[in-house]
Design a protein around this ligand. Structure first.
Ligand code: FAD
Ligand code: A2P
Length: 317
């Protein structure tokens, strides 16, 4: 087996299947279910869509944390060319929704925007194509994609803090279940950021898991309902301060891994807060930043001067 081990962190990187189906030879799979992923009615429309991949090369071969591509059929890009493939994180556990790797799921947010210049309504091509599908309809799927944003092969040797915004929670729905369903007895926390309480994704599932497993902590950061004492918004990174009693004992352990998924903007804020709280081991910080407060870092620093260490995994889009 082509398993690579990182000596300092002890992480054994799993061998994962990738690119079994490419955009030129996608596999056609049927939709099984398409339902709203929030518990309450929300103007943000986010759907939980399941597909039957049984009998294809994808059956049993997709790990939580990986994504698949969707080729929106019969749709053209604004330039008139056929619509290109879009990636979506898999929201199901590695054993699938069914336990046999036959049914996989995605969490898809309908992109609905108004062009500020023309006032024209813009509907994202692929997210709306997917959201409109009904059970029995088929889609062309590619993938799996992504090798690194998965749990280690020796997953039970670590503790975890997962930070998600919006649909970035999808991979963690799978990872949390992968861990808890295999008797994980370390500590883990999911910190999930949403604009309003009504936008929380799979809240009942996460609350139920937290109720049943004392080693799973579920924290939510609701950004548009109230402010922190200093006037800042409740963003996921501030839980390192506001829920210190829960997160510090986990984050400070030598064998904890941090996973971040969701909005691109969350990367900088999380790195700043980790460094500011003294959790430097999750980052590689260039000597050029010696003496500079992390709170003064900017996006340009992320390219060269602040990089994730082996213990931090990032997927932002
Ligand atoms: P597009 O049609 O591609 O439009 C995208 C943006 O382009 C719009 O928001 C708009 O700002 C701009 N735009 C394009 N054309 C116009 C126009 N004519 N007028 C005005 N604006 C325009 N998404 C999820 O919902 N769930 C996931 O789990 C998920 N996981 C992902 C994982 C990875 C690794 C990556 C890279 C992305 C992921 N995404 C996910 C994002 C997803 O791939 C798509 O980018 C997203 O669904 C938008 O695609 P779309 O075709 O609907 O929008
Ligand atoms: P807000 O939009 O109030 O500024 P969604 O994808 O469903 O819109 O949710 C994304 C969540 O992430 C929102 O609560 C959003 O807050 C929050 N958010 C936006 N920017 C950042 C950032 N830079 N760091 C952390 N969270 C962010």
């Amino acid at each position: 087996m082509n398993i690579e081990q990182n000596r300092s962190s002890g992480i054994v990187y799993p061998e994962v299947a990738v690119n079994l189906y490419k955009p030129k030879n996608p596999v056609e799979v049927p939709v099984v279910e398409n339902r709203i992923a929030t518990e309450q009615i929300s103007p943000n429309i986010i759907r939980h869509i399941t597909f039957d991949v049984s009998g294809t090369g994808l059956e049993g071969r997709i790990r939580s944390g990986q994504s698949v591509g969707i080729v929106p059929e019969g749709i053209t890009e604004p330039d008139g060319k056929p619509a290109k493939v879009r990636l979506y994180s898999v929201a199901s556990p590695s054993r699938g929704e069914d336990g046999d790797g036959k049914i996989i799921s995605l969490t898809v947010k309908r992109v609905i925007e108004e062009n500020p210049e023309t006032q024209n309504l813009f509907l994202g091509l692929c997210s709306n194509y997917l959201s409109d599908l009904n059970p029995g309809d088929t889609v062309k799927m590619t993938g799996p994609n992504g090798k690194r944003f998965v749990l280690p092969e020796n997953a039970h040797d670590f503790n975890y803090v997962f930070f998600a915004t919006g649909t970035g929670v999808a991979p963690f729905r799978g990872m949390v279940r992968d861990l808890l369903e295999t008797g994980f007895d370390g500590q883990m926390a999911l910190v999930f950021g949403s604009p309003y309480n009504t936008d929380l994704l799979y809240p009942g599932e996460f609350r139920d898991l937290a109720d049943r497993h004392q080693n799973f902590h579920y924290l939510t950061s609701i950004s548009r309902e109230g402010r922190r004492l200093d006037g800042s918004k409740h963003y996921v990174q501030y839980q390192l301060i506001d829920s210190r009693e829960i997160l510090q004992p986990i984050v400070e352990k030598d064998n904890t891994l941090i996973y971040i998924c969701g909005l691109q903007g969350m990367e900088l804020g999380l790195y700043q807060m980790l460094a500011n709280e003294g959790y430097d081991e999750y980052l590689r910080i260039s000597d050029e930043l010696a003496g500079v407060s992390p709170l003064e870092w900017d996006r340009a620093d992320l390219k060269k001067r602040v990089r994730p260490s082996e213990r931090l995994f990032l997927e932002v889009y």
